[in-house]
Design a protein around this ligand. Structure first.
Ligand SMILES: Nc1ncnc2c1ncn2[C@@H]1O[C@H](COP(=O)(O)OP(=O)(O)OP(=O)(O)O)[C@@H](O)[C@H]1O
Ligand SMILES: [Mg+2]
Length: 246
């Protein structure tokens, strides 16, 4: 199995009033191509911190991130940015769509930043807008969309550049339960079709159960030993949370 991403003993400290406070304490795991991994953890457990390290948006205090075999943590900022643009799509809790750009322009923007002609990717973008059920909204502004529609557009944006890895930070955190379920189900179906590797962090057990592996993050410690694998049910996730006292 090809390894897309490897986290090696990641630590992250923050200075709080002169003290060095540990946020992440030794997170290690690998993501193989085409896998769908979810990380469950309570608010403040370090989920966003971890994703930012994996995406090279932040650097670890110790440890390393290998993206497609290349060290992110020892790379220059320019190299990290280049690797991130080529290899990672990011989905945020608050969508991060630009308000003055249409749906299509929002989706095209990362391609233009990469120096790719969006017209060449037009067929790909149309296909993705269709798969996520938002093709009819292509010329609207984000303000005219529901939360679920905005998140589906931001998934198209994350996938349009054919990055092998998609990182999602609480993609349903700002959606109703029904819209959230639709979005995660669509995401799972589309990435299965494309072969994209996914890491999704959430504090929603239903979203976590979408993964073919569920890891638990508690107080900055990633409990890989107690991962759930196979076809995971929401019930399994609740039972493990109870067992871990989360
Ligand atoms: N720049 C910073 N300085 C000090 N502490 C920070 C900083 N950034 C994050 N933290 C702390 O690190 C901890 C983990 O934060 P993080 O945002 O990773 O949690 P999270 O699991 O994503 O939470 P949520 O579910 O609320 O999004 C929190 O206690 C937070 O207050
Ligand atoms: Mg967070």
């Amino acid at each position: 199995m090809e390894t897309i991403l490897e986290a090696r003993d990641l630590y992250r400290f923050h200075e709080v009033r002169g003290d060095r406070v540990p946020i992440l304490r030794g997170a290690s795991f690998t993501l193989t191509r085409g896998s769908f991994t979810t990380i469950m953890g309570p608010s403040g457990s370090g989920k966003s911190t971890l994703l930012h390290l994996l995406a090279g948006l932040d650097v670890p205090s110790a440890g390393d991130v290998l993206l497609c075999g290349e060290s992110l943590s020892h790379a220059s900022e320019a190299r990290r940015t280049a690797l991130r643009r080529r290899s990672i799509g990011f989905v945020f809790q608050f969508f991060n769509l630009l308000p003055d750009l249409t749906v299509r322009e929002n989706v095209e923007l990362p391609l233009m930043i990469q120096g790719r002609a969006p017209r060449r990717a037009a067929a790909r973008i149309d296909e993705l807008l269709g798969l996520l059920g938002v093709a009819h909204l292509h010329d609207r502004l984000p303000s005219g969309l529901s939360g679920g529609e905005m998140q589906r557009v931001s998934i198209v944006r994350a996938l349009a550049g054919d990055a092998p890895l998609l990182l999602a930070d609480e993609p349903t955190g700002n959606l109703s339960s029904k819209a959230g379920e639709e979005v995660v189900t669509l995401l799972r179906d589309v990435v299965a079709r494309l072969g994209t590797t996914v890491l999704l962090v959430t504090h929603n057990p239903r979203d976590a159960a979408m993964g073919d592996r569920v890891l638990f993050l508690n107080d900055g410690t990633l409990d890989v030993e107690h991962a759930l694998t196979g076809s995971v049910s929401v019930h399994d996730v609740h039972a493990r949370l109870e067992q871990l006292g989360i």
